[in-house]
Design a protein around this ligand. Sequence first.
Ligand code: ASP
Length: 305
Amino acid sequence: MRKYAIALHAGAETVKREEVTKEQEKLYREGLEEALQAGSTVLEKGGSALDAVAAAIERMENNPLFNAGRGGSLNIHGETDFDAAIMDGRNLNSGSAGNVRYVKNPIRLAKEIMRNCKHSFLAGTGAEEFALAQGLELEKPSYFVTEEKLKAWHKSVLDEQQRKGHDTVGAVALDQDGNLAAGTSTGGLANRLKGRISDSPVIGGGTYANNPYCAVSCTGEGEVIMRGAIAHEVYAQIKYADERLQQAADQAITMHREFLKGDIGLIALNQQAEVAFAFNTNLMKRGYSIGGEKPKIALWNSEKL
Ligand code: ASP
């Protein structure tokens, strides 16, 4: 039996420590732990990395604390919409969904697109029609809007300021057959324009997996991440520059700094069950579990994992 592993993030951001209460910290840790357990259970039973990634992300989409599925950030019109992607490191298959408003679990839609659609990326009403045809669960917009995100939106309208709200979720997994997978799901940046699509569903931008090299999921400012093709950059550093996983992750975060200014965070995993975290913020909610061991979780950059 080969070693299996899963790592995940629930967003990287630069935030004053006093803005995150002890109670919130506790809930974040619990949410991460629950998602890690869900993914690990799939892997333990011999399930695929792809299913483990989807199971972990689905838990976080259902958790109103995170900016994916229920609890997503609101755009300038006060609406939620979602992006997600999943990628299979075994064969480079992928599925992406953008700007969907009614699909309860956007990561499921991404998986259905990967498995049952002749296209790799569907957005808007077309993606929702496809979700309907696949029998995925839908919800009305009010399901996704939490009081906390509504308050943040009201405040941002009054202050005319943009709160960043990076609680996007992502997961990378290695299964007992040695396959890697990556997935990312987001409610997007708060106060975004209608129609804006994030880096999360962009293959090579926010999500990438390629068996011999790595699986990567990113979080942070989508515009910067997609222009830097950050997830693909981790792969490129390993493949072409012969870097180790952690060095490759660090390089990807710091490259082209003069052009790519903004919050960036990522998680990466390889077939040797090595896990890497890299971020330029003071907070990245993150964790991992190898071989079903008790999950290790951290929030602040001062915490070692
Ligand atoms: N990357 C996401 C976006 O640009 C936000 C995040 O990671 O929190 O929408």
